[in-house]
Design a protein around this ligand. Structure first.
Ligand SMILES: CC(C)(COP(=O)(O)OP(=O)(O)OC[C@H]1O[C@@H](n2cnc3c(N)ncnc32)[C@H](O)[C@@H]1OP(=O)(O)O)[C@@H](O)C(=O)NCCC(=O)NCCSC(=O)CC(=O)O
Length: 473
């Protein structure tokens, strides 16, 4: 049984705090922008990287760990929000990020006897296998006058003797989005690879921009969103954690769509969509990958496979995020640090998704939303919080797309080569799938999923069938 759970295999070697170098930056505060507010009560995000390292633990601790820590400290000087705290006074709208001299993030080093090969394979494995590798954020503390202080990041490095190690970052999305996170990790990795010698690589590294006053808010969304927050119960304001599914009876696995499959899918969907819509179509890898995975997930759902009842009329929702830095209405530098994502909800009737042309219907709906966002990124942004409250109600069908093939996660080299595997670890509890570029083939896409075992089997069969049908075209 390759996917059996590994039990009690973790030994903590060290718990410490890592801060920017002493006196390297002054105490400072950053305001929140309207892009940040929807993430206020989001569950923490967990990103894990696995690297091969065929040496004993003591070798890792003596050679790799010191440089990992040193380069992390140097990186935090520029990416200080991750060493900072979110300050939440009783008046929510006064919340901000605060860095005080000496602030730090929690850093854990552990050793695991779990099977590195299993952990890094695409094959199904118990979601609990990864749990020991994922740090939790320290609990918030309360300062005077009821001001709550939330740490924003925790890191755990886990060594698998003679096989490899993992680096897992748990962070509060309020500190920054995927682009900011991966900018930070790549900066850290490059510094680590250069043995902390910033001067030798300075020209190839871009620094983050913390100029939050450059974020335009033409619709007064910050005010609207804070009002929503002030009047709502935090539990009903989950965002990326729309579906807070704590089931442990799930398996995690990856689907890889290679370049050929992606191209065939694009060709097929373009042909079918073109007959419905005369405009210039946006049939990207993202669109076709989300469509086929969404359809197969809905079709593989136990109770609802046969759509005979009023469930057929039920709307299924897909939520995706779009990076706005490049869009003309914002024109922010690609190095802007913080959140700069808008989100979109695609809604389709279940009967349409489970039908013969489900993939085409899904692609049509997703590509239309992508086109819409390119013409007006803030369309419907005023109702974003209430829309999420609505689709976050129990029983609603919601799939959230985490990650992105554009984040270049496999380009994160700390000096030990590209990751063996990189994944959004939180998908199991957030009703999400995660996307990344393909590790070993340009133009392909990797999709991370976490499903109940029985659903996973059905899903895999349905996906194979869909891909087989497209192959025949
Ligand atoms: C809205 C979108 C999802 C739509 O994606 P699309 O791929 O359909 O559309 P697009 O206009 O961006 O790209 C169109 C075509 O141009 C190519 N293209 C454009 N820009 C590119 C870039 N920077 N790198 C590589 N390819 C690029 C694409 O490959 C695609 O072709 P081709 O067909 O070849 O692909 C995307 O634009 C976007 O904003 N993605 C980023 C979302 C994001 O940051 N998510 C992270 C959430 S935080 C998170 O989840 C945390 C974590 O991950 O740790």
């Amino acid at each position: 049984m390759a996917h059996l759970r590994e039990l009690d295999s973790l030994k903590i070697i060290e718990r410490c705090q890592v801060s920017p170098p002493p006196n390297s930056l002054p105490s400072t505060t950053l305001p929140l922008t309207f892009f940040d507010i929807p993430w206020f009560f989001c569950n923490s995000i967990q990103r894990i990287f696995f690297y091969q390292f065929p040496h004993p633990t003591h070798h890792f601790l003596q050679t790799a760990l010191p440089i990992l820590k040193h380069s992390l400290s140097l990186s935090l000087q520029h990416f200080f929000p991750f060493a900072s705290n979110l300050i939440v006074p009783p008046q929510l709208h006064l919340s901000h990020i605060r860095y005080l001299h000496g602030d730090s993030l929690s850093f854990t080093v552990a050793e695991s006897t779990a099977d590195f090969t299993l952990l890094t394979s695409h094959s199904p494995q118990d979601v609990r296998n990864w749990h020991p590798l994922v740090p939790t954020l320290p609990s918030p503390r309360v300062e005077q006058d009821g001001v709550r202080v939330f740490p924003l990041m925790a890191i755990q490095v886990t060594v698998f003797p003679n096989s490899g190690f993992s680096i897992c970052l748990t962070f509060n999305h309020l500190a920054g989005d995927g682009k900011s996170l991966h900018h930070f990790i790549k900066f850290w990795a490059s510094l680590c690879k250069a043995k902390g010698d910033l001067a030798s690589i300075q020209t190839s590294l871009s620094l983050p921009s913390h100029e939050r006053d450059k974020v335009k808010d033409p619709k007064g969304l910050k005010f609207i969103y804070f009002q929503e927050l002030e009047h709502c119960d935090s539990k009903s304001m989950e965002f990326a954690g729309l579906v807070r599914d704590l089931s442990t009876n799930k398996v995690r696995f990856n689907v890889v769509l290679d370049l050929e499959q992606v191209q065939k899918l694009k060709k097929w969907v373009s042909l079918k969509c073109a007959t419905r819509d005369s405009g210039a179509l946006h049939i990207s890898t993202f669109v076709v990958a989300c469509s086929i995975i969404w359809v197969c997930m809905i079709r593989s759902e136990e109770k609802k496979a046969n759509c005979f009842s009023q469930e057929c009329d039920e709307l299924c929702h897909l939520v995706f995020l779009a990076d706005c830095r490049d869009l003309p209405e914002f024109s922010l530098p690609s190095t802007y640090f913080g959140n700069c994502l808008t989100s979109y909800i695609v809604a389709i009737k279940r009967i349409e998704l489970v039908g013969k042309n489900g993939v085409v219907g899904a692609a049509n709906a997703i590509e239309r939303q992508v086109r819409d966002l390119k013409s007006d990124a803030l369309r419907n942004a005023e109702t974003l919080m209430s829309d999420y409250r609505e689709i976050g109600k129990p029983g609603k069908s919601v799939l959230v797309i985490a990650g992105s093939p554009k984040l270049g996660v496999y380009q994160t080299d700390f000096g030990w080569g590209k990751p063996k595997k990189c994944e959004a670890a939180h998908i199991q509890s957030s009703g999400s799938i995660s996307l990344s570029e393909c590790r070993d083939e340009k133009g392909g896409i990797e999709v991370g999923l976490a499903l109940e075992r029985t659903q996973m089997n059905k899903f895999t069969n349905i996906l194979e069938e869909e891909l087989h049908n497209i192959d025949k075209l």
